[in-house]
Design a binder for this molecule. Structure first.
Ligand SMILES: C[S@@+](CC[C@H](N)C(=O)[O-])C[C@H]1O[C@@H](n2cnc3c(N)ncnc32)[C@H](O)[C@@H]1O
Length: 379
């Protein structure tokens, strides 16, 4: 028997034993005999962790995670072990798996940050077991490729405004009209009861369809300063066509947020005006590590303790567990830079009655959007 066959036999044995309710001790012995924790059954893609979630054995789940079970393995039906626990309403097991995900992601974030600053370290997300950050060099995963790509503004057959990007044979919505409900709720939570709501200084990163910028402009008191950062030439052309360059109080910074945030001291147009009351960011083809880097600049960018920050919370939004993990990691990272988050849920099932995706790849399939509003924590 070659090594692959042996691993298959042991892997099948391990999963079958778990499904037959073997004790934790027996499962440990099977692992000691060399059974691979990464193994997934051929037909349905079930991993040992999925099996432990199916039999709802929390002690076994904890042991498998300690031994290095892959928290984010997906079966052939696109379910993680966390999704299985959710389907049984087993909060204990779900939380164990989610927390393993948070720990793994936080650790990987630290290792990646180190490898960024130390070229001798060759840590790469692809080396990890993660699927959250699979390397994607196309315009959906690489900001450089995105900024070189062509965008198409159009209205679909249901009257939905969309900004589309072509990726190979597929089209992906960069921004779609159905997200308006999310943007409306965000502006409400950011501005309505803000102490400075008669003279807000607003920074928005990423124009897209201009939904959120139009909402900021439609406030009872439009912002006294409204800075928009946007790098894509097709978007900038669209903004020019719509007259955004001549709106009072609006300043368009042509470039990536990284270009302006990394400018030195007073030279940065972002740091010159004493900080913003409201900041929102919603970019495209950037990953969580970019968002995390943006978080680290917030203490400099915001005007004071009344200031508010929100971001488009869309990472991992095709799977409940991944979405939950990202949501928690964002909360932990914002706490590290001194912010508390309040979350609210926006029901996105009713925001657009028609087929919202049209020909676009679906990037948000969960029924609820978790809307973050961050404020400086009270010390
Ligand atoms: C999803 S859209 C924003 C939609 C917007 N919130 C709205 O309400 O219509 C993303 C925008 O971010 C821009 N973008 C992408 N990378 C960026 C970066 N590094 N810095 C600033 N903007 C970026 C894209 O060109 C695009 O216009």
């Amino acid at each position: 028997m070659d090594q692959v066959d042996a691993a298959t036999v042991l892997g099948e044995h391990l999963i079958n034993a778990i499904l037959e309710n073997a004790s934790v001790g027996t499962v440990k012995d099977i692992l000691k005999s060399g059974a691979p924790l990464w193994y997934q059954k051929g037909e349905e893609g079930m991993s040992p962790l999925h099996a432990a979630a199916y039999v709802q054995n929390e002690e076994l789940v904890v042991m498998l995670i300690e031994k290095g079970a892959v928290w984010n393995a997906v079966d052939n039906f696109k379910n993680t072990a966390g999704d299985i626990a959710l389907s049984f309403n087993n909060a204990g097991i779900y939380t164990r798996i989610r927390d393993a995900g948070i720990r793994a992601e936080m650790l990987l974030g630290i290792l990646n940050a180190r490898s960024d600053s130390d070229e001798s370290m060759d840590m790469d997300a692809e080396d990890g077991a993660l699927i959250l950050r699979e390397r994607d060099k196309t315009a959906t995963g690489s900001n450089t490729a995105f900024l070189e790509s062509k965008l198409r503004y159009t209205v679909d057959e249901h009257g939905q405004e969309i900004c589309m990007l072509k990726v190979g044979k597929e089209e992906v919505g960069v921004m779609m009209g159905w997200e308006k409900g999310i943007m409306e709720e965000t502006v409400k939570k950011l501005c309505d009861d803000h102490r400075n709501n008669e003279r807000l200084k607003v920074l928005n990163v990423g124009f897209g369809l201009g939904i959120i910028d139009t909402l900021f402009q439609s406030l009872p008191h439009p912002p006294t300063q409204h800075v928009i950062i946007e790098p894509h030439s097709d978007v900038l052309r669209h903004m020019r066509d719509l007259g955004w360059y001549s709106k009072p109080g609006v300043q368009i910074l042509e470039g990536k947020w990284q270009d302006f945030i990394n400018a030195d001291g007073d030279e940065s147009p972002l740091l010159a005006g004493g900080g913003f009351d409201v900041i929102y960011t919603d970019t495209f083809s950037e990953d969580y590590s970019d968002l995390h880097r943006f978080f680290e600049h917030l203490p400099d960018l915001l005007a004071g303790p009344e200031s508010r920050f929100s971001f488009f919370n869309g990472l991992g939004a095709t799977n409940a567990l991944f979405y939950d993990v990202y949501t928690h990691i964002a909360e932990l990272h914002l706490a590290e830079v001194g912010f508390d988050i309040e979350w609210s849920d926006v029901d996105v099932t009713s925001t657009f009655e028609e087929d919202r995706w049209g020909k676009s790849r679906e990037y948000f399939t969960l029924p609820f959007y978790r809307l973050p509003i961050a404020k400086m924590g009270m010390v």
